[in-house]
Structures are given as C-alpha cells and as structure tokens.
Design a protein around this ligand. Structure first.
Ligand SMILES: [Zn+2]
Length: 459
C-alpha cells in the first residue's frame, strides 16, 4: 500500500466544495465522493454508489469471510455552506494549517474524522492485509440536508447492515482536545408550526377593538399554557416513558471540564432556568424540552400601527430523550394546542418531521446495560485505546443534539453505536473558520488503529 499522508489527504479532500444544499456545488459533491471512494478502494474496499434523488450514498465494503467480526462505520462527505465568506481568515475550500489546526469547511464536520477512520484502517491493513474484520463504510452526502434519502436506503440495505455486530460514528463532540467523550445518547426531534387565525384581514383596533379575539392574544395564551410555572412541559403524556437518570450519569458529568460560571458566561445569560431538579449541564442532556423557536404576527415596522392582526404564528420544536415516541409526542402536542384554542379564533397546526432519540447504556458503567458480548468488547477496546492515546479515560455522556440517522441504524438494522467525539468547541462547526486539531487527529488515528487491531484479533 502507498504511504498515507493524512494531512495532505485531508487537504485534498477539503478542496472539493461539497455543499449538499446548493445546486451550484454539484461538481464539488462529485469530486468529494469520488475522492473518498478512491481512498477506500485503495485499501481494499469494494464500492457501490447508491443512487438517491439527490446525492448518492457511498456503500463501501471490505468482506473477508462469513462469521467474522463485522463493524459498520458511518460518516458524511457533504458540508455546510461556507457563508458568510468575508469572515473566513483563509478561503474555506483552500485549506491552510495554522497553529496546529487545519482550517477549511468540513475539516471537523465530517471530513477530518473520516480521514481519521480511513487513516487508521490504512495503517492496520498495511500491517495485516488479512485482518479478520469485515467492515462496511456508509458515507452519505445529504447529512447537512437532514438525510432525506436514508429511509429509502434502509429499505434496500437494512438487511445487509443487520449482519454486522455494531457501528462506530465520529460525528459528535468532546469538550477539549484531551478529554474525549463517548456519546451515549442523542436527543430526538419533533417539529410543529402553529397558525392562529382571526378576522379575514387586519382590523382597525379603534373601530373593532372589543368585538373580536386578537389572534396574538390567543396564540400567547396557548403558548403560555405549554409549560408549568416550574418550567416543565404541561402536555398530557409528554414525559411518558422517560426513564430515571442513573447515578453514574450524574457522576460522569461531574468530571466534565466546565463549571457553571464558565457555562453562564459562555452563554451570556444572567441566570439559568432548569426545571425538574436538574442542573443546567444535566438538563441539556437528560431532559426532553419544548421550545418556541419563533413567534410573530401583526405589525412589526417602526412606530405604532393600531390594528388587530388577522393571524399569528409560532414555530415549535421538541427535543426528545430515550423511550419517548416521536409520533406520540407530536400527536399529544397537536392535541393540546387544538384543545386550548379559545373560541373566536381558529388554530391550524402543521406537523413537521419527527425523529426518535437514541441511547445506549455502556456495559462498563451500569449493570442495567444490555449489550452483546461483541459490543462489550468493542466498548472495552475503545475505552482502553482512548485512555492510552489521550492519557485520560473517556467520559460517557449523553448529548443534547440529534443525529436521527443513528436511531434509524438501531431501529432498522439493529446496530448500536459507539460514538467517539472528535470535534471540540474551538472547531467552529457550521461557522466561519472551521478547523480540526492536528494533534487530536493523530491521537485519534492511533486510537482507532488500536481498536481495529483488537477487534480483528477477537474470535
Ligand atoms: Zn456532521
């Protein structure tokens, strides 16, 4: 096998502007897809390009033999748009190295971590070309668009994927470059839009004020009813299935390298508001939420305009935790809103998408873990490899964000995920001057090489 100069390879990968949401970047998408496919081909993978309505999914496989350990890796070759361009210190698609970091759109999310995985595979397969490990690598091109093609992909590929033992994902974060987090849960998501309709057009508030229900008043009342005074969500059944937090999770979080005053100044808030007996750092991981993302209606211009608006709207999303059912929660929220709409106005609720949460209880942390022997070993190899390379044992934490496709891998193909976080807060994901720490990249490559070697020795 040829030499693998990970930094040069990552630079080349970053030069393809693979912005999935913008048609002008079609060539960049193709370039990135071909480039990463070629890397996998060079280390012995066979490549299938799975057609979708938009950007093909790379389904790469290294199959050595029936009955051998089989892992799945997941990543994405698309990136966020680079705007606003004027805030970049170097061009987003002309990668540059400064102060131990490689700068470029996608360097951390998700091209850097992909090169970590491929670099580790290259290393191990150069030493042991017949490594006894079957590997499937799925790299999609629509992650930044919300993975719209993945449901159809699972229709066709879930059965093949279900033959694997588990999966690895590195599309999550860690708090610092030496404190690696293994993410044990991702929140789910429910989207809704409410419209409250009153008179057929805006009305003069002097001539008609007192005769009709103002849609903005009605909407405010509905919205205010969705939470209790203590901040908990006031919707029947909302917390159904939400499990108790185990003590190890709270203990683990105490090792998180950030205190509350740092957190407060990072967020720029005068105080915290965390309901139901959770600290702020706990609440963002352990609790489901209902959030008003936007609200509007009526006159928004300068000065006063004496009207009763004809309609008012609000956008709502809920974050869900493990064991909540996305469609059930969505129905309960819709029902509560409809029930609470006062007479004199009408409410219309548009349902957006929903995604379930994902969670795994790591076997080394709790007796309630239900893992296969293979997964127990995979966790143990991952833990010891991280401890060895980063000189600190990993933290096992739930994450507030959502990667819906991970729950789909579990629900459609039965695969549990070990999520090793390789982003850090300095990486500026989705923002100008995205970068990836080169030291972390090297240590993570060694870590994954150790994991793959150990899995290959497992009989
Ligand atoms: Zn990502």
């Amino acid at each position: 096998m040829e030499n693998f100069d990970a930094l040069e390879i990552l630079k080349s990968y970053l030069r393809y502007p693979s912005v999935s949401t913008d048609k002008d970047f079609h060539e960049g998408m193709k370039g990135a897809r071909d480039f990463v496919s070629e890397l996998l081909k060079n280390i012995g993978f066979s490549i299938e390009l799975v057609d979708t309505e938009c950007h093909p999914i790379i389904f790469a496989e290294r199959f050595v033999g029936e009955g051998l350990p089989h892992i799945v890796l997941y990543g994405h070759y698309d990136v966020q748009p680079a705007d606003p361009l004027n805030l970049w210190e170097s061009s987003p698609f002309q990668p540059e190295i400064r102060n131990g970091r490689i700068y470029g759109r996608g360097s951390a999310d998700n091209k850097g971590p992909t090169i970590v995985h491929i670099g580790a595979l290259h290393k191990v397969l150069s030493e042991q070309p017949d490594l006894a490990l079957n590997i499937t690598y799925v790299i999609e091109g629509e992650e930044e668009m919300g993975s719209p093609s993945m449901p159809k992909f699972f229709d066709r590929y879930a059965e093949r994927l279900s033959k694997a033992d588990m999966m690895f994902v590195s599309d999550t974060g860690s708090p610092t470059t030496d404190q690696i987090v293994i993410t044990t849960a991702l929140r789910g998501l429910v989207e809704l839009e409410i419209k409250v309709k009153g008179p057929k057009s805006d009305l003069h508030s002097g001539i008609y004020g007192g005769a009709v229900y103002n849609p903005l008043h009605a909407l405010s009342e509905i919205i205010a009813s969705l939470h209790n005074k203590d901040g908990s969500v006031n919707i029947p059944g909302f917390y159904e299935g939400v499990s108790q937090i185990e003590q190890w999770e709270r203990d683990e979080l105490k090792r998180y390298p950030m205190n509350l005053s740092e957190y407060k100044s990072m967020l720029g808030v005068p105080g915290f508001y965390s309901p139901r007996g959770f600290t702020p750092l706990e609440a963002v991981r352990f609790e489901p939420t209902l959030e008003i993302n936007g609200m509007g209606g009526g006159y928004q211009g300068e000065g006063t305009k004496t009207i009763i608006p004809s309609e008012a709207f609000a956008k709502i999303t809920c974050r869900l935790v493990a064991n909540q059912e996305g469609d059930y929660v969505q129905n309960q929220v819709v029902k509560a809103i409809e029930d609470r709409c006062p007479d004199g106005v009408e409410v219309e609720v548009r349902r957006g998408c929903f995604a379930n949460a994902y969670s795994i209880i790591p076997p080394n942390k709790s007796e309630s873990a239900q893992c296969s022997d293979f997964l127990i070993d995979a966790f143990s190899f991952t833990d010891s490899s991280i401890s060895k390379e980063f000189k600190k044992s990993p933290l096992y934490l739930r994450e507030g964000g959502s990667i819906p496709v991970i729950a789909d891998f579990k629900n459609r193909a039965g695969l549990d995920a070990i999520m090793v976080g390789l982003f850090t807060p300095e990486d500026n994901l989705h923002a100008p001057n995205e970068s990836f720490d080169i030291g972390l990249m090297q240590k993570a490559t060694e870590t994954f090489a150790n994991i793959f070697r150990s899995l290959g020795k497992r009989k």
